[in-house]
Write a protein that binds this ligand. Structure first.
Ligand SMILES: NC(=O)c1ccc[n+]([C@@H]2O[C@H](COP(=O)([O-])OP(=O)(O)OC[C@H]3O[C@@H](n4cnc5c(N)ncnc54)[C@H](O)[C@@H]3O)[C@@H](O)[C@H]2O)c1
Ligand SMILES: Cc1c(CN(C)C(=O)CCc2cnc3c(c2)CCC(=O)N3)oc2ccccc12
Length: 263
């Protein structure tokens, strides 16, 4: 039981297709006690039954990371209900639609600010506000995507945000290492979740990743969950500031092997 005796909070469960749900399942299976947050009342209806599935019906809190009051209230609630915690999962991202299609040069400052606030700054704010609760052997995990390293069609503004998120992971890792707090990211392959809904050609993205990855398959929230549990557990006690790819190896590919017609 790699998470026995460990308590933590997972931000970013929207439904049972969420990557955060895969992480929660893997951590609960290894003995973790988990608190959950939800963005708004419409999502609360889905998150409460999920939390109940893990025996955490009394550990469910609202947290819109763009609302400092809710972040402060989260810290108070966790302090009251859990005392000290050993892990935080930040599985949150948002960019206005204009940031995920159309011409990149045309992106507005408003869209840019929203995407960076929700998808990047929120990791720093959550870490700062919850730091007093973190034990001196704790682990923070966030979720990134390859579109933050190389161009991926239409990922656009979210790519810029993920690049910033990955460097934020490393600067936080340096700053918090002295307090026994590790900070890592999982860079997951494309998965059909709510955040992927409405993305044009997402089915094509999935097929492309399946065809051009070494393992020739897409990844699942359970596979991301298992790697997330590893990074949240003591199994990764010497790992920090790391971007861990769970993408069937897609990120290592330069040029796919192609078979020209035999002469
Ligand atoms: N699905 C993929 O293909 C994929 C691949 C790699 C990385 N990721 C990343 O995984 C993370 C989780 O996304 P997902 O695919 O599980 O989709 P999801 O829609 O299930 O999760 C996204 C979550 O972000 C939350 N959120 C958005 N704005 C928020 C705010 N202001 N305050 C608090 N919460 C807010 C939503 O409520 C939702 O729970 C994101 O960071 C995403 O960038 C997704
Ligand atoms: C993969 C992939 C994803 C999934 N992924 C890695 C993501 O990070 C998606 C995050 C996301 C952030 N903001 C919004 C949305 C999704 C859709 C709804 C909305 O209005 N805003 O999104 C893409 C967009 C374009 C191309 C590929 C992808």
């Amino acid at each position: 039981m790699f998470m026995k005796g460990k308590k933590g909070v997972i931000l970013g469960v929207a439904n049972d297709k969420s990557i955060a749900y895969g992480i929660a399942k893997a951590c609960a299976a290894q003995g973790a006690q988990i608190a959950f947050t939800y963005l708004n009342d419409s999502l609360k209806k889905r998150v409460v039954p999920i939390a109940t599935e893990f025996g955490s019906e009394n550990l469910v809190y609202p947290c819109d990371v763009s609302n400092p009051e809710e972040v402060k209230a989260l810290k108070e609630s966790l302090e009251k209900d859990l005392g000290q915690i050993d892990f935080i999962v930040h599985s949150i991202a948002f960019a206005p639609k204009e940031g995920l299609s159309g011409r990149f040069y045309d992106i507005s400052k408003e869209a840019f600010d929203i995407a960076m606030d929700i998808s990047v700054y929120s990791l720093i704010e959550i870490t700062r506000e919850l730091k007093p609760l973190l034990s001196n052997n704790s682990s923070i995990l966030t979720l990134s995507y390859y579109g933050g390293v190389k161009y991926i069609p239409n990922y656009n503004l979210m790519g810029v945000a993920k690049a910033a998120l990955e460097m934020t992971t490393k600067y936080l890792a340096e700053d918090l290492g002295r307090d026994g707090i590790r900070v890592n990211a999982i860079s997951a392959g494309p998965i059909k979740t709510l955040a992927a809904a409405g993305i044009s050609d997402f089915r094509f993205m999935l097929k492309w990743n399946e065809a051009h990855s070494p393992l020739k398959k897409n990844v699942t929230i359970d596979e991301v969950g298992n790697s997330g549990m590893y990074l949240l557990s003591d199994l990764s006690s010497a790992v920090t500031g790391e971007i861990h790819y769970v993408d069937s190896g897609f990120n290592i590919m330069g040029m796919p092997a192609v078979k020209f017609d035999e002469e």
